[in-house]
Design a protein around this ligand. Structure first.
Ligand SMILES: Nc1ncnc2c1ncn2[C@@H]1O[C@H](COP(=O)(O)OP(=O)(O)OP(=O)(O)O)[C@@H](O)[C@H]1O
Length: 328
């Protein structure tokens, strides 16, 4: 069990993290999400032991994780941190980079493990290529295989697919997260991208203004994000007063509504004037204006700018949001 207990941190005077506390079980995958600069990387660096914390402590299986004041080379042997700069050996080959930390006394195992990881990152045909001749995205994949070769118990991933094109990203995500589950490797992933999270992470921790804003099982948080900041991590979202969409509603409370949760109507509901239609592939994202505020909703077809229509929300969605409990 990884235990982050009441951690606060500042690089200088300004707090970056305040009173961060959570636990991650063995083999569990937890995502850390939040806007740029909210402290995701800093939190991973603290957990790995790269930054010294004066307030709070980190432990793994009840043993304290010691910071840079205690280790000549920072970092714990059972934990690996894949940072945004990859720490590769550019003048050696892909397979040499992956196998560097494997024992040469067991050549068969070394070969088998290197091949397995090359397969996982889908780079078998680049085994003999020098790393300096690879694209940045390919280097990121090699860096991933290199940390996994060391069989960490805990893996800290900082925007692990940031340089990888969409073509490769989906299969790499699936390969990686299935591999981590099969090996029961505990994983924390810092990311902006909900595609890294929704299908794969069991829980999400949301950071905002130095603190944990929400922590909850992934789908629970997605279904009931509680606030616009959290909802926006999953796509376009709006904050809508209920009595505007359901005229009979006896509450002025506002609920989160994702763009895909609106139904377009010509008759009644929330009046909207269309401003712009953005093609998204199999649907259009429409930007409209309602009561002088921007509103985003999906439509199967493009809508003409200036046209007027109404939006409805299913009663089920309204009830779900109204009855949601606080997820923090
Ligand atoms: N070495 C440093 N010295 C001083 N301030 C820093 C340092 N590294 C980060 N910061 C500041 O700490 C805050 C948190 O940065 P951090 O990189 O942890 O955020 P992040 O959520 O990972 O951002 P991003 O998603 O853009 O990578 C930011 O305000 C950043 O400017």
């Amino acid at each position: 069990m990884l235990h982050v207990n009441r951690v606060s941190f500042a690089y200088d005077e300004k707090p970056v993290l305040e009173d961060i506390r959570f636990q991650v079980g063995k083999g569990e995958h937890v995502a850390i999400m939040g806007e740029s600069g909210c402290g995701k990387s800093t939190l991973l660096k603290i957990i790995y032991g790269l930054l010294h914390v004066n307030v709070g402590e980190i432990s793994w299986n009840s043993s304290p994780v010691k910071g840079p004041l205690y280790h000549l080379v920072p970092g714990e042997p059972f934990m690996k941190y894949l940072s945004q700069d990859f720490d590769l050996m550019p003048y050696t080959t892909v397979e040499e980079n992956i196998s560097e930390f494997l024992s040469v006394f067991y050549p068969e195992e070394l070969q088998q493990r290197t091949q397995e990881l090359l397969g996982m990152i889908e780079m078998r045909e680049f085994a003999k290529t020098k790393v300096k001749h690879l694209s940045v995205g390919q280097q990121q994949r090699v860096a991933l295989a290199r940390v996994l070769a060391q069989k960490p118990e805990v893996l800290l991933l900082d925007e692990p697919f940031s340089h990888i094109d969409n073509f490769q990203k989906n299969s790499l995500r699936r390969n990686l997260f299935h591999y981590l589950k099969a090996e029961q490797i505990t994983c924390l992933t810092a990311t902006h991208d909900y595609n890294d999270v929704l299908p794969f992470a069991e829980r999400i921790i949301v950071l905002k203004d130095h603190k944990i804003l929400a922590k909850a099982p992934t789908l629970e948080l997605y279904e009931n994000p509680g606030d616009l900041y959290t909802a926006s991590l999953f796509g376009e979202a709006n904050l809508i007063p209920i009595n505007v969409v359901k005229s009979y509603a006896d509450t002025t409370r506002r609920i989160i509504v994702y763009a895909h949760e609106f139904k377009v109507s010509q008759n009644s509901g929330l009046p909207v004037e269309v401003q712009h239609s953005y093609p998204m592939g199999n649907y259009y994202l429409i930007k409209g204006v309602s009561d002088e505020k921007a509103i985003y909703f999906n439509s199967a077809t493009a809508l003409e700018a200036g046209s007027r229509l109404f939006l409805n929300i299913a009663l089920e969605t309204i009830n779900k949001r109204l009855n949601a409990k606080q997820l923090s």
